[in-house]
Design a protein around this ligand. Structure first.
Ligand code: T1G
Length: 694
């Protein structure tokens, strides 16, 4: 774990705990042993601590958080010793120094780093806060404002910025760990004689003021609504600025367990690992052959097609984009350019980058121009006949081995594949709108999709910076199938007496940015209306006449018409509509519906548990591999609050027996798997682990 080596009078402690040198059991023991040697051996004048492999310490070992206290690595104990160590210590940083890793570095006398290194305290993303001195030391180095910014965002900074802030004492221009090691040894030797040793804990905090902390607290409602640990970060930073170091150090310890043992931290840690687990698919391994994606084709230059194309352009992959009419093609290309130029206006892209990306885009009206593409993604109208026609033509155009993907959001990918001579090359890649922004990608594995095509799609998801989750074929796959049930339940709640703003309000309280009706208005009510009309026609049923259908029939299509379920007098902010209340009341009386007052708890349970129950059915049918996969999908694609861990984790926290009882109370039948786990006193998390999937 910890290798000791000497370079003359300098003792080098190298941490070897792959893959990220987390502060796991064994690491503190080895480091203490190294400090023992340095303390006792008079020939040692200074100590360098460096990470072996690709990085410095990437933090405490998150996997040890639920260990009994006595078994968990004592990071605080090690840091206390390091802070008071009688000889100079130098943290030599490459890769990342995150969380406890940066806290170790802050307790060293000095810090040197390769210019490409990243430094940060991301604990807020795990529902906790820097609990080993970070809230007390970081502000003492970078000031109160920057300290708050780094700890509340959880985002790392580069070593160059760290050097400007005084967080890094010397920037090393080399590239390798060997360059870093040599420079760190030289730095240590040059500073070995310095006395007294500078200690971060003895500094003051610059730039603090009551106004700064008040503003920070006021901002949390917007940036971290409903979360607990951000407030603790502000409080502890204020202690750092106003009280002696020891008091703040002890205050951290007092609060840390409360944060770590909270449902919010369990939820965020669950999703941290679930996101990584979701990349594991049976039958797909490191030896599965991959197709190299050197060029892409996109069919359709509308909102989805354009957004999809941008993902490839951002990754430096040339795209040929096809439309059926010149004006549609021109509009699509212009939209892509405008999106990039808007990003450039925000300073997140240079105009050179804009031109470089646009140069990778080849617009055409001729589908034959896709003949050499390694992957072709169809993003045309959501109609099976249209898609079948496209894939029939693609089958005759695409080169052998090309991946043929559909961006369908609900249709049967097996049926689409059936019109080609190469079903093994057909897969669903369900992007979420706006496709160049939303991180989720549902990778729809059809019956005949080959392992190589699936593995290539998963690797492609990583390359275009998407969170790719493999799902099976059914109506709506995972996310849309769940959200359709959720929408049905929301509409029923209104029929029974709830008003739309109460339904949306309950979801706000749960932590969603938007409730089902705000979301419908933003997406456009006419989309659901057309799908319901089409499905009724296909099933030979009468045209639907729900209260929502009546709203659309009045031409109220949502935000885009400044009127939908809500009114939008300013074009964006939803305002309850008296006209809609009357329409709904008339609807209820015409249908003989008795309306009643419905509590926020009932609304929350019926909506949240409709997701959970559908998720349980999806697991039973094998459409999703894990409950954790469902959580990743619903957080990244549908805005479920990450600090709840996703709908399935939320159900685990509520207790599955309570969930099953509530479903029955509201007249719904718990899915067999949900009922079984409830009866056995188990959780979805345990089910994942038992299946070797968690
Ligand atoms: N603990 C345990 N395992 C970790 C880990 C960690 N801190 N970080 C990563 N892993 C595992 C991860 O699960 C995956 O495992 C493998 O390493 C590769 O990770 C007291 C309490 C460092 C930027 O929050 O941000 O310190 O899937 O796929 O894309 O104040 O990992 O291979 O089995 O993400 O190259 C604070 C979290 C902890 C950093 C590398 N630190 N990690 O990204 O690889 S709390 C963090 C990351 C703390 C103190 C507090 C990233 C990375 P597997 P990966 P990557």
């Amino acid at each position: 774990m910890i290798d000791q080596s000497r370079d003359g009078d300098i003792l080098i402690l190298t941490i070897n705990n792959p893959p990220v040198n987390a502060f796991s059991p064994g690491v503190p023991e080895g480091l203490h042993a190294g400090l023992d040697v340095a303390e006792q051996d008079q020939s040692v004048s200074a100590v360098v601590i460096i990470g072996g492999g690709r990085t410095f310490i990437a933090g405490a070992d998150i996997k040890t958080f639920d260990l009994p206290r006595e078994q968990a690595p004592d990071l605080r104990g090690f840091i206390t010793r390091l802070d008071a160590f009688p000889k100079p210590t130098v943290a030599a940083i490459h890769g990342t120094a995150l969380g406890g890793g940066l806290e170790v570095a802050l307790a060293c006398t000095y810090r040197v780093a390769l210019s490409g290194a990243q430094l940060g305290l991301p604990e807020v993303k795990l529902g906790i806060f820097p609990g080993a001195g970070g809230t007390q030391r970081l502000p003492r180095v970078v000031g109160a404002q920057k300290g708050l910014e780094m700890m509340l965002s959880g985002s790392p900074i580069g070593a160059a910025e760290g050097a400007q802030l005084g967080l890094i004492d010397e920037l090393i221009e080399g590239k390798t760990e060997a360059d870093l090691r040599a420079a760190a040894v030289a730095f240590a030797r040059a500073h070995a004689a310095t006395r007294p040793l500078p200690r971060v804990s003895e500094r003051g905090v610059e730039g603090a003021s009551p106004e700064l902390f008040a503003a920070a607290r006021a901002g949390l409602g917007k940036t971290h609504r409903g979360q607990m640990s951000p407030g603790m970060i502000v409080d502890l930073t204020e202690v750092a600025a106003t009280r002696p170091f020891e008091e703040g150090w002890n205050a951290e310890a007092g609060l840390f367990l409360q944060a770590k043992d909270s449902p919010q931290s369990r939820g965020l840690r669950h999703i941290f690992f679930a996101e990584r687990e979701s990349a594991r698919v049976p039958g797909i391994g490191k030896d599965t052959p991959l197709t190299e994606i050197r060029s892409a084709g996109v069919i359709g230059a509308g909102t989805m097609g354009g957004g999809i194309a941008m993902n490839f352009l951002n990754a430096g992959i040339p795209v040929t984009i096809v439309e059926t009419a010149q004006d549609a093609l021109d509009r699509g290309v212009a939209t892509i350019r405008r999106n990039y130029e808007n990003t450039a206006k925000k300073g997140r892209l240079s105009m050179d980058d804009v031109e470089a990306r646009m140069a990778l885009l080849t617009p055409t009206l001729n589908m034959n121009d896709l003949a050499q593409a390694d992957i072709i993604i169809e993003a045309v109208f959501e109609n099976m006949d249209v898609k079948k026609d496209i894939f029939t033509r693609l089958d005759g155009i695409a080169k052998p081995g090309a991946i043929l993907a559909s961006n369908t959001s609900t249709l049967d990918v097996n049926e689409i594949a059936s019109v080609t001579s190469r079903p093994e090359s057909v897969i669903g890649l369900h992007f979420f709108s706006p496709a160049n922004v939303m991180k989720l990608l549902e990778i729809v594995r059809a019956e005949k999709t080959s392992a190589s095509v699936l593995a290539t799609s998963m690797a492609l998801a990583r390359k275009i910076k998407k969170v790719g989750v493999v799902v099976g074929v059914c109506d709506g796959f995972v996310g849309n199938r769940m959200v359709h049930r959720y929408g049905d339940e929301a509409r029923k709640l209104v029929e029974e007496g709830a008003n739309p703003q109460d339904v949306d309000g309950a979801m706000h309280a749960l932590g969603l940015a938007m409730g089902p009706f705000e979301m419908s208005d933003m997406a456009g009510l006419d989309i659901g209306y057309s799908i319901r009309q089409h499905q009724a026609k296909v099933r030979g049923e009468p045209q639907p006449d729900g209260w929502l259908d009546r709203i659309v029939a009045q031409g109220r299509k949502g935000q885009k018409t400044q009127a939908g379920i809500y009114d939008y007098p300013d074009g964006r902010k939803p305002v309850p509509s008296a006209e809609m209340s009357d329409l709904i009341a008339t609807y209820r009386s015409e249908k003989g519906l008795q309306s009643r007052t419905i509590s926020p708890q009932e609304i929350t349970e019926r909506l949240a548990y409709s997701l959970v129950n559908e998720g349980a059915k999806i697991l039973e049918e094998g459409i999703a591999q894990r409950a954790g996969d469902i959580d990743v999908i619903y957080i990244y694609g549908y805005g479920f609050p990450a600090y709840r861990g996703g709908p399935m984790q939320y159900a685990d926290e509520m207790g599955l027996s309570n969930v099953a009882a509530a479903l029955e109370k509201y007249g719904q039948t718990p899915a067999p798997l949900l009922k079984q786990l409830a009866d056995e006193g188990k959780t979805f998390g345990a089910w994942d682990k038992e299946k070797g999937r968690g």
